[in-house]
Design a protein. Structure first.
Length: 165
């Protein structure tokens, strides 16, 4: 058995979640096609690189799209968690949420502010923007002055503290 293959026990768990087609059950190669989807995401390869033992890559890809759209993978995940919980095998200490996934801008999160707080925030942003713009103008004038006055050694001769060669 290769790493890409499911055990019979795993397949018995998965098979009931796969939808029945409009004209009856899917073809006999259903298991190989599901394993093809697993292979694709395990390896990170392109669909076109899929080995022929899983069937035509186009067929496997179309099955994947159908399974994704009908919620097969979500249902499998939820059932796997529920089965493990029923057996007492769920360890919530292993669950973590990456803060980059959970973060959202306050507008996206539905944050509500009363009028006074919002006005104070807008005023603070305006003051900060004004101060930043003033800082940029003074820096521009300084850069012009320092650009006109050469400093350090020149190519023509020694600078301060240097001995002629």
């Amino acid at each position: 058995m290769t790493r890409a293959q499911l055990t019979d026990q795993e397949w018995q768990f998965i098979e009931p979640y796969l939808p029945i087609g409009r004209f009856g059950p899917y073809p006999v190669r259903l298991r190989e096609q599901f394993e093809g989807v697993i292979w694709r995401f395990r390896t990170g390869s392109q669909w076109r690189e899929m080995p022929e033992r899983f069937g035509a890559w186009q067929t496997v890809y179309q099955r994947f799209l159908k399974w994704r759209d009908t919620g097969v993978f979500q249902a499998l995940l939820e059932e796997a968690i529920a089965s493990a919980a029923a057996r007492g095998e769920v360890d919530l200490s292993l669950v973590s949420v990456d803060s980059t996934v959970a973060r959202a801008h306050q507008d996206a999160a539905g944050m509500r502010l009363d009028g006074e707080v919002l006005a104070a925030l807008e005023e603070a942003v305006l003051e900060q923007e004004t101060a930043r713009q003033k800082g940029d103008h003074s820096r521009d004038r300084t850069d012009i002055k320092t650009a006109a006055v050469p400093s350090g050694p020149s190519a023509d001769g020694p600078g301060d503290g240097e001995k002629p060669a």
